[in-house]
Design a protein around this ligand. Structure first.
Ligand code: SIN
Length: 180
């Protein structure tokens, strides 16, 4: 039996560094979530003694979060999910969302069901809210096996700008980081 294709929605590092096999990439948004640098990173952009801060999603009625959605070939489904589960193991769990597109090109559904990786307050690395100044200080000070935490924020901001996506939180954090 043929399985329906797997779609993965990325809103953080998965926007600018997918690093997995996909056959199509599109820009889309999800409703009811906003992006926040509230997740601690002890395995990518920080270390256990000095965690970095990476993006997660927080529920906010009426909000819209832009990101990249990737279609994965049926035969790569298992290997891609295994790889991403490993990459996102620092507190993210898989969930399912409906992704919408600005324009529905001929031959495509105007929305798709996608998997995404979400870090909720229940995980041990969750940091939660802080002022933007505090977040910027922590980001500036943090480095991990995947590189400097600043790189994560600047690359994400550049990718969102490229796709003409709104995100006050990310752009305000970027501004604090580049001005220092
Ligand atoms: C994502 O990018 O969608 C998940 C969080 C991350 O890896 O930064």
């Amino acid at each position: 039996m043929e399985r329906s294709p797997l779609w993965i929605f990325g809103y953080g590092s998965l926007v600018w560094r997918p690093d997995f096999a996909f056959v199509e990439r599109r820009t889309g948004w999800i409703e009811g979530f906003t992006r926040r640098f509230w997740q601690g990173s002890t395995d990518h952009r920080g270390v256990p003694e000095s965690p970095g801060r990476v993006a997660t999603l927080v529920r906010q009625p009426g909000a819209r979060c832009w990101g990249s959605v990737y279609r994965v070939a049926s035969e790569a489904r298992g290997s891609v999910l295994t790889k991403l589960d490993h990459r996102e193991r620092g507190g993210f769990v898989r969930d399912e969302v409906n992704v919408r597109f600005p324009i529905a090109p001929d031959g495509f559904e105007p929305s798709v069901q996608a998997q995404l990786y979400l870090a909720t307050p229940e995980n041990a690395n969750y940091l939660g809210p802080a002022s933007l100044t505090e977040i910027a200080e922590q980001v500036r000070a943090s480095h991990g096996p995947s590189g400097p935490n600043v790189e994560y924020v600047l690359e994400l901001a550049a990718a969102l700008r490229e796709m003409e996506a709104e995100d006050d939180h990310v752009f305000a954090l970027e501004a604090l980081l580049v001005e220092s």
